[in-house]
Design a protein around this ligand. Structure first.
Ligand code: FEO
Length: 165
């Protein structure tokens, strides 16, 4: 069984994962509208992944005596300047999500909720993967330089990325 405070915090995390899914969906749409099919494919995939992160929390909360709540999702931005800007925003966003997961882990330790602590280890590992992924893409873009000629290769690279589960 989870405590009311952990249930509330996990429900707040549900809202954050849902927002991340919408945020990446808006980036996919921007890429589609700016003739970047590789970027669009990549961000549609990221959006699906965030939805899966959200659903995992739903199942866990309901399995442990809590009630998972479908969140209200604020509208993310829809206009971006460039793919470089988008990649910077995604990294910053993932860093914020990592902080949120870490404070959930802290809370579980304080409450001695080892089941939720254990459940959250998947998210700890996932955040490490995502921060690393976005940082490595940004590094590659910096290496290539962001001019129009290289945009083709950046887009191709994004389109070649596959889901990590
Ligand atoms: Fe579910 Fe990208 O954090």
């Amino acid at each position: 069984m989870i405590s009311k405070s952990i249930e509330k915090a996990l429900n707040e995390q549900i809202a954050k994962e849902a927002y991340a899914s919408f945020y990446y969906l808006s980036m996919a749409s921007w890429c589609d509208n700016n003739r970047l099919p590789g970027g669009a494919k990549f961000f549609y995939m990221q959006s699906d992944e965030e939805l899966a992160h959200m659903k995992k929390l739903f199942v866990y909360i309901n399995e442990t005596g809590g009630h998972a709540i479908t969140p209200a999702i604020p509208q993310p931005p829809n206009g971006y300047k460039s793919i470089e800007e988008i990649l910077g925003l995604t990294l910053n966003h993932e860093i914020e999500v990592t902080k949120s997961i870490n404070s959930l882990v802290d809370m579980c330790l304080k409450e001695k909720d080892y089941s939720t602590f254990n459940f959250l280890q998947w998210y700890v590992a996932e955040q490490h993967e995502e921060e690393h992924l976005f940082q490595s893409i940004i590094d590659k873009v910096k290496l290539l330089g962001g001019d129009a000629k290289n945009l083709f290769w950046i887009d191709k690279e994004l389109g070649s990325m596959t889901a990590r589960g």
